[in-house]
Write a protein that binds this ligand. Structure first.
Ligand SMILES: Cc1ncc(COP(=O)(O)O)c(C=O)c1O
Length: 432
């Protein structure tokens, strides 16, 4: 038997440490919300490959679609010999995306590439250069992705200079005392002191900040930004890379605020584990780039597009948006109960099945408990639950199970995590 230890030794000698791996659990097999390592140990997967397998590991319908496509062909390059699954998936997404404007969709490979392309399209459409993003944001690891990202360590430190004319304003986080008013005031100041709105090509926001700490953008802010963008001719980009495909209880999260973005980068769960990203956008803006300006050799792989069509079938047929809401409620009731028993759980945030707890010392929002966060994740792993952290301060545990997880399996995992948290943080009780 190959052991995790043997593979870790090969990994440490042969692959760079810059690609940090959170665990030394080398995967052997995964089905729905369970994963087995090469030593046969079973884990309940509450990470879904960072929100990629919303339809569960190896969903049979997705596998069948990819297998059928593989028998036809695996690659032609869409720019050389286009194929049906690309255009059919584009048509379905254009129809599914919120809002009255006709849409067009381009496919790419990674989330960062989708964001890069959204910025390219916005600049070409407006003839302007400035881009506004938010503190705590995460938009990927390419040069523009890093420039837009609002967290320095580990994503930006030592990698500059970045593309110019990117401006950050604070993202509202009630738990940290930052309000919508603060955000709007900062935008006002930015327009007065740094850049005139007529020079700004785009504003980009995650409807729920992902890596930044699972902070939902208030609907009121999303709507106000829509108005501001309309007022100044700025392209409104809503990054649904992590929040899309049913994760927050609707196909795309921004639907809940009733806004129609101009451009929407998507990736992760779009193809249920196969590498695919895209930008869904208003046709008139998408078509502002002349032929040849967009694309990529592997962009819109036929295998991944076939998977994407199957993913949309599964979301519809298995009611995954409703399931996401039910998962969120199950996590909320578990987490709020836990909160009454330990002051370490400072905040509980639930946006469908994009849920998180923020760990602090003795209920104090200004005292992030990073060590406790790391210890919980490590101990849960030894007890068979795969969790992820996030947050600009590294003190948030996020819950991203596949939307197909059985409620009993989720309850089993939450029992384990609850026990781990009370064991590790139990001595600290909330002062009433
Ligand atoms: C909101 C958001 N945008 C962009 C990205 C980058 O995606 P990728 O890692 O596929 O490049 C991520 C990845 O976590 C993300 O959460």
């Amino acid at each position: 038997m190959t052991t995790n230890k043997e593979l870790l030794a090969i990994r440490e000698t042969n692959t760079p440490r810059g690609v940090a791996t959170q665990t030394a659990v080398f995967a052997d097999k995964a089905r729905n919300a369970e994963l087995w390592d090469v030593e046969g140990k079973r884990y309940i997967d509450l990470s879904a490959g960072i929100a990629v397998v919303n339809t569960g590991h190896n969903h049979p319908h997705v596998l069948a679609a990819v297998t059928a496509q593989l028998e036809r062909f695996s690659h032609t390059c869409f720019q050389v010999a286009p194929y049906d699954v690309y255009v059919r998936l584009a048509a379905r997404l254009n129809k599914a995306a919120h809002g009255p404007s006709p849409k067009k969709t381009i496919f790419l490979t990674t989330g960062a590439e989708a964001v890069e392309n959204a910025v390219k399209i916005a600049r070409r459409h407006t003839g302007r250069s400035g881009i506004i993003a938010f503190s705590g944001a995460f938009h990927g690891r390419t040069m523009m992705g890093m420039a837009l990202t609002g967290k320095v360590v580990p994503y930006k430190a030592g990698f500059g200079p970045f593309p110019a004319e990117v401006y950050h304003v604070p993202f509202p986080i009630p738990f940290h005392g930052v309000t919508i008013r603060d955000t709007l005031d900062a935008l006002d100041t930015l327009f007065k002191s740094d850049v005139e709105p007529s020079r700004v090509a785009a504003m980009i926001i995650e409807p729920v900040q992902g890596e930044g700490g699972f902070y939902p953008a208030p609907a009121e802010l999303l709507r106000r930004l829509r108005e501001l963008c309309d007022e100044h001719g700025i392209v409104y980009i809503v990054d649904e890379v992590q929040s899309g495909f049913g994760r927050t209880g609707t196909l795309f999260c921004c639907e809940q605020a009733g806004i129609e973005p101009d451009l929407m980068p998507v990736a992760k769960s779009l193809a249920g584990g196969f590498p695919l990203s895209g930008v869904i956008g208003k046709a008139e803006i998408m078509d502002s780039v002349p032929p040849g300006g967009l694309g990529g050799t592997y962009a819109g792989s036929p295998l991944a597009c076939a998977a994407g069509l199957a993913v949309l079938d599964v979301i519809e047929k298995e009611g995954l948006c409703e399931k996401a809401r039910a998962i969120g409620e199950q996590i909320r009731s578990w987490a709020t109960d836990l909160q009454t028993r330990t002051a370490s759980v400072g905040d509980v945030r639930v946006a469908g099945a994009m849920a998180a707890i923020e760990l602090v010392e003795n209920g104090d929002a200004d005292k992030p408990d990073v060590e406790l966060t790391k210890d919980i994740v490590a101990k849960a792993l030894t007890e068979g639950v795969l969790l992820l952290t996030c947050g600009v301060r590294g003190n948030v545990i996020r819950f991203l199970p596949p939307l197909t997880i059985e409620p009993e399996l989720l309850a089993e995992a939450l029992d384990v995590v609850g026990r781990v948290i009370t064991d590790l943080a139990g001595s600290v009780r909330k002062a009433s």
